[in-house]
Design a binder for this molecule. Structure first.
Ligand code: NAP
Ligand code: GLV
Length: 310
């Protein structure tokens, strides 16, 4: 088996070593622009450049070393349609998302921002506690990661809501589906968590009209993609007081430019796209197992539905 590996983080040696560990008979070819690679069985990529597309047409499957495939599907028809695209299926990201979102939810709900401000001013003053029943948490996207986050939040007994394309039935979660379910979902949500894939249907989903539907004093957590959120609209609604603040891990332009107004807004917490990192060993283990299955003619989970965009 020959595997074409593309990375731009300088960590190719570690990826190659892990693949060699798990697939000792495989030859791993590191892709370099301008160098023709011998024909390969599988490609393993993350945000590949357009220059790699011709090579991707010759493999039996493309493995994406992340959950989101927007950076591949943006190539449209130039991405070979006959080659299955396989995304990461948790691979250690679920627990990271659960940690990140639980932290952000609890930090807001338990008023740590207020206590930090008081602490800096040397003020000892208990503040009125929020009532959980006034803080329904709504998760947009109840897939692999959204479901894991809902499970984590259930431990803290928040009222839970979720929105997905197809109707779900999850104990303890008010489930909404499709465009027709979105307004009702938003109108009953105070803490909003975005865990959707970025597709033509979800691009700019969180605009002024939809964010205005959230309960007053809402809080927004975006761990999906920056382009889900209309950034100026969020700022307007924070400044108007309708939205209390936000924790954002993803942005339209990454790294977030220094002159971006989010940096100056104390009610916005910024992290540099770290809510759920790709864990190399877990990812290589998952991909290697799927390569073995495909090689044996078996089916694998995590094949992207190109028409749905995720
Ligand atoms: P997933 O398993 O494919 O789940 C996607 C969920 O979104 C599903 O519940 C799906 O509904 C729902 N959905 C998709 N399009 C929709 C639409 N138009 N309307 C309503 N619901 C829709 O994906 P995942 O593994 O949970 O990952 C989700 C996203 O997280 C990724 O695509 C990526 O962008 C992001 N992510 C970010 C980081 C980070 O570090 N910031 C890390 C990993 C992933 P159905 O269940 O009905 O199909
Ligand atoms: C990271 O953003 C991913 O999609 O895995």
């Amino acid at each position: 088996m020959r595997i074409l590996l593309q990375r731009s983080d300088g960590k190719e040696a570690a990826w190659i070593a892990d693949f060699k560990d798990l697939l000792p008979d495989a030859e791993i070819v590191f892709w370099r622009e301008g160098e023709a690679a011998a024909p390969c069985d599988y490609a393993v990529v993350w945000q590949p450049p357009a220059a790699m597309l011709p090579e991707l047409g010759c493999v039996k499957a493309i493995f994406n070393t992340g959950a989101g495939v927007d950076a591949l599907l943006k190539f449209g028809d130039a991405l070979p349609a006959h080659v299955p695209l396989v995304r990461l299926d948790d691979a250690g990201m679920g627990v990271q998302m659960a940690e990140y979102v639980s932290h952000a939810v609890l930090r807001h709900f338990r008023r740590f921002d207020d206590y930090e401000a008081q602490g800096r001013a040397g003020i000892w003053q208990p503040l009125p506690a929020f009532d959980k029943m006034d803080f329904p948490v709504g998760v947009l996207g109840m897939g692999v990661l959204g479901t894991r986050v809902l499970q984590a939040l259930a431990q803290f007994e928040f009222p839970l809501r979720g929105w997905s394309r197809s109707q779900k039935h999850i104990d303890g979660v008010a489930c909404f589906a499709g465009e027709e379910g979105l307004d009702a979902f938003l109108r009953g949500t105070r803490l909003l968590v975005c865990m959707l894939p970025l597709t033509p249907d979800t691009h700019n989903l969180l605009d002024r009209a939809r964010l205005s539907m959230l309960l007053p004093g809402a809080y927004v957590i975006n761990v999906a993609r920056g382009a889900h959120l209309a950034e100026p609209d969020l700022l307007t609604l924070i400044r108007s007081g309708h939205i209390a603040g936000a924790t954002l891990d993803v942005f339209r332009n990454e790294p977030l430019p220094q002159q971006h107004p989010f940096w100056q807004e104390p009610r916005i917490t910024i992290t540099p796209h770290i809510s759920a990192a790709t864990l190399r060993r877990e990812s290589v283990a998952q991909i290697a197992a799927k390569m073995r299955r495909l090689h044996a003619g078996e089916v694998v989970a995590g094949i992207v539905n190109r028409s749905q965009g995720y």
